[in-house]
Write a protein that binds this ligand. Structure first.
Ligand SMILES: Nc1nc2c(ncn2[C@@H]2O[C@H](COP(=O)(O)OP(=O)(O)O)[C@@H](O)[C@H]2O)c(=O)[nH]1
Ligand SMILES: [Mg+2]
Length: 298
């Protein structure tokens, strides 16, 4: 599916539009099948993602969330949450937006209560679609982050599907910080090498592929589009759209938009295939040619 990202607001396909196309193609749907399809399409188009944001105080979590989505994270108390079941934890829903951002406690506290946090994370992780782990670019003391990730979080996410993205933040403060190029808004030559070295250090320390680490300077708007691209790439098809829908549109590149539209379309297509089964061969070509016209912008 090749579509270009026009200006304006995002407009995903409406269940009714898709279903009309199927019916016009001669596919007979029972009421039950219609309902199933509508629910699936409505579910992926309006999916409400929950993102856990981790990192020491001052790492840049609030600034990152503000720069990415235009809203801040809600705090979750470790002690309170531990004494409740996950359903009873109050997610703070951002008014008018389909996204929850949760401040995950645990990193950089004076007393690391591993067993308590492991329990908290065991409860929280199934509710999360993504973990953003923020590490300040000029922070040299990463042993607490490393310990927490390797000893507490990794054993829990090992067999789960929650992707983790490491964000090396505030890279305009990486030495030599006077080198920051204010005109082009990116690191100067030596600073750039040090940012790359920091990203490499984080990758080695946390045993991560390149796709899971990104360098940003939230307050300068640096690296945000690349971060959105990487996040969209690691999210499963049915969740990509919910992320680009909520991200500030200036951070959503053509590539991220393409990839998220494609994910949404593939998720819808697979639901249609499951529901209409044998009739799929008959409508598949008409259906795929629809993708381009369905993904339009207002
Ligand atoms: N220079 C610079 N300062 C930043 C950047 N991001 C955050 N800060 C500053 O770093 C401090 C801590 O950021 P904050 O987002 O509150 O961290 P949090 O405690 O992890 O939520 C604040 O004073 C921010 O203004 C950045 O990209 N560049
Ligand atoms: Mg904060």
């Amino acid at each position: 599916m090749e579509t270009s990202k026009p200006q304006g607001g995002l407009h995903p396909p409406l269940p009714e539009e898709l279903i009309t196309v199927l019916q016009n193609s001669g596919v007979r749907l029972t009421l039950e099948e219609l309902q199933l399809l509508k629910e699936h399409i409505h579910g992926v188009v309006n999916y409400h993602a929950t993102i856990g944001v981790m990192g020491k105080t001052g790492a840049g979590k609030s600034s990152l969330c503000n720069a990415l989505f235009g809203c801040d994270i809600a705090e979750t108390s470790a002690v309170e949450a531990c004494t409740r079941t996950p359903q009873e934890i109050e997610w703070s829903l951002q008014e008018g937006k389909g996204l929850s951002l949760i401040d995950m406690p645990g990193v950089g506290e004076s007393e690391v209560r591993d067993s308590e946090y492991a329990e908290l994370y065991r409860q929280l992780l199934p509710e999360l679609d993504l973990v953003l782990w923020v590490i300040k670019g000029d922070d040299r003391a990463l042993s607490i982050d490393e310990h927490f990730y390797l000893q507490v979080l990794l054993p829990l996410i090992w067999d789960s599907t929650v992707p983790v993205m490491f964000v090396v933040s505030q890279v305009d403060k990486v030495e030599p910080c006077r080198e920051w190029d204010w005109r082009k808004n990116h690191p100067g030559p030596c600073q750039g090498l040090n940012v790359t070295a920091k990203v490499e250090q984080v990758r080695r320390l946390f045993k991560l592929p390149e796709s899971q680490v990104c360098a940003i300077a939230a307050e300068e708007g640096y690296g945000l589009a690349e971060l959105v691209e990487k996040i969209v790439a690691i999210l499963p098809n049915e969740k990509k759209w919910s992320f680009t829908r909520e991200a500030k549109q200036e951070n959503v590149s053509q590539q991220a938009w393409q990839s998220s539209s494609q994910g949404l379309w593939e998720s819808i297509t697979s639901a249609v295939k499951t529901v209409i089964k044998d009739s799929w061969d008959y409508v598949s070509s008409r259906f795929s040619s629809l993708a381009t016209t369905m993904f339009r912008w207002w």
